[in-house]
Design a protein around this ligand. Structure first.
Ligand SMILES: [Zn+2]
Length: 84
């Protein structure tokens, strides 16, 4: 089953045209003394919350407008909200 995602620039498209960019996480602030900056950056990029429910996600439309979009998807049903 291929999901459809609505790109705000290109309209409805299959998710095979997109790259999943994970959950939007704010960039870490400069590390305070005593904080392992490398570890904090690793956790920000690779350790995802992956909730069972609606979560915000970043998607890159590589086969279309080549722009990032942020949308919401229910991980239990794969139904997109917002741009979906
Ligand atoms: Zn697009």
């Amino acid at each position: 089953m291929t999901l459809k995602l609505t790109c705000p620039n290109c309209g409805p498209r299959y998710t095979t045209e997109f790259w999943f960019g994970g959950e939007p996480v704010p960039r870490a602030t400069p590390a305070a003394p005593g904080v392992d900056a490398l570890r904090a950056d690793f956790e920000r990029v690779w350790l995802r919350t992956n909730v069972a429910g609606v979560q915000s996600e970043r998607w890159f439309h590589h086969a279309g407008c080549r722009r990032w979009l942020v949308t919401e998807r229910d991980t239990r049903t794969n139904v997109f909200h917002g741009h979906g």
